[in-house]
Design a protein around this ligand. Structure first.
Ligand code: AMP
Ligand code: FE
Ligand code: FE
Ligand code: ZN
Length: 282
C-alpha cells in the first residue's frame, strides 16, 4: 500500500515545494506520513510538522547527509534532535563550508558576465544552497535546457562552475546521527554502483559505526532490486525503509509517495518499526 514516503526534499534544500506545500500534497495524495529529509539541514521540519498537525499527516523529522566512504554515500537520519550539541555545530560547519564554496561559484559566474549575485540567491533559496540552485539559474538564463543539461555542461566535476566542498566521513555522520537521538539509514544503495561484495563491505563497515537501516524501496528500483535489498536488511538485522527522493519540479518524473511511473510502495509498518527503535534508544 502507498502509505508513506520517507525521503522528501523541500525548498529548505534543493526541492521546489515549501515544507507546508509538501505536506499538503501528501494529504491530497492520501499519504499517512512523510519524512522531510533535506540535504544538510532539518530547518524544514517545524513548518512541515505544523501543517501536518493541521491536516492530519504525520511528519517525521529527518536529514540527508552527503558523506564519503570510498566514493560519495548518502546517509539519512530520522528523528534527530537538530539542536543537540552532538550535531548542531557539525551541521553549522557543513553549511558554512557550502557557503564558502557557493561564493566562489557565484563570483566566477559574475566574473564571466552572468547576472548572478550570491546575496540574491540566499534571499531566494535560503541557507542550504547547492549546485542544483546554480543549475536552475543557468536554465533561467537560457544557458542550459534543463537542470540535467546544466549539470553536464557546467556544474559537474571538471566543468567551469564546479567547485569542490568538504564532506563528513561516513563514520562520523552515522555517529553524530546516533548521538543526537537519530536513526541512520543508508540512502539509495544502488546509486553507488557497488557490486554485491562491495555493497556488503559498505554495510558491514557502516553497521560497526551504528547504521540502523537500509532504504530498500526507492524511485525506479525494480521489485527484484527491492527484494535483494530487503534480504540484505534482514541478514544484517537492519530496518528497511523507503522513499521517493521527491524534489518537486526540478525532478518532475519523481512523484511524492509513488516514485517513478507509480512503482514505489512504502508500507506504514516501516515507520512503526523505526519509531519503536527511536523510542528504545531514548
Ligand atoms: P552540492 O551538494 O551542492 O555539490 O550538490 C549536489 C546535488 O546536486 C546532489 O544532491 C543532487 O541532488 C544534484 N546533482 C548532482 N549531479 C546531478 C546531475 N547530473 N543532474 C541533476 N542533479 C544533480
Ligand atoms: Fe537533492
Ligand atoms: Fe541522496
Ligand atoms: Zn535525497
Amino acid at each position: 500500500m502507498r502509505e508513506i514516503d520517507l525521503h522528501v526534499h523541500t525548498t529548505e534544500s534543493d526541492g521546489t515545494k515549501s515544507p507546508a506545500e509538501v505536506v499538503r500534497l501528501a494529504k491530497d495524495l492520501g499519504l499517512r506520513a512523510i519524512a522531510v529529509t533535506d540535504h544538510d539541514t532539518a530547518a524544514g521540519y517545524p513548518a512541515a510538522a505544523a501543517e501536518g498537525e493541521r491536516l492530519g499527516v504525520e511528519v517525521v523529522p529527518g536529514i540527508e547527509i552527503s558523506t564519503v566512504f570510498s566514493g560519495a554515500v548518502h546517509i539519512l537520519g530520522y528523528f534527530i534532535d537538530p539542536q543537540s550539541p552532538e550535531i548542531a555545530p557539525v551541521l553549522e560547519w557543513v553549511l558554512k563550508d557550502r557557503d564558502e564554496r557557493n561564493r566562489v561559484i557565484a563570483r566566477r559566474m559574475a566574473s564571466d558576465g552572468l547576472p548572478v549575485s550570491y546575496d540574491a540567491m540566499r534571499e531566494r533559496f535560503g541557507s542550504a544552497i547547492g549546485r542544483p540552485h546554480f543549475a536552475e539559474l543557468l536554465v533561467e538564463l537560457g544557458l542550459a535546457r534543463d537542470v540535467k543539461d546544466a549539470f553536464e555542461r557546467f556544474m559537474e566535476k571538471g566543468r567551469r562552475y564546479y567547485e569542490p566542498r568538504h564532506f563528513l566521513s561516513l563514520e562520523r555522520s552515522i555517529w553524530i546521527i546516533r548521538r543526537s537521538g537519530g536513526i541512520p539509514v543508508l540512502a539509495h544503495p544502488f546509486q553507488y554502483r557497488l557490486d554485491d561484495s562491495r555493497l556488503r563491505e559498505l554495510i558491514e563497515h557502516a553497521v560497526q559505526y551504528g547504521l540502523e537501516g537500509i532504504e530498500c524501496r526507492y524511485s525506479g528500483y525494480t521489485p527484484e532490486q527491492t527484494a535483494y535489498l530487503l534480504s540484505l536488511a534482514r541478514e544484517y538485522k537492519l530496518l528497511d525503509t523507503g522513499g521517493s527522493d521527491f524534489h518537486g519540479d526540478v525532478k518532475p518524473h519523481i512523484a511524492l509517495g509513488t516514485g517513478i511511473g507509480g512503482g514505489l510502495e512504502v508500507p506504514y509498518v516501516c515507520l512503526e518499526k523505526m519509531r519503536e527503535r527511536a523510542k528504545n534508544a531514548e
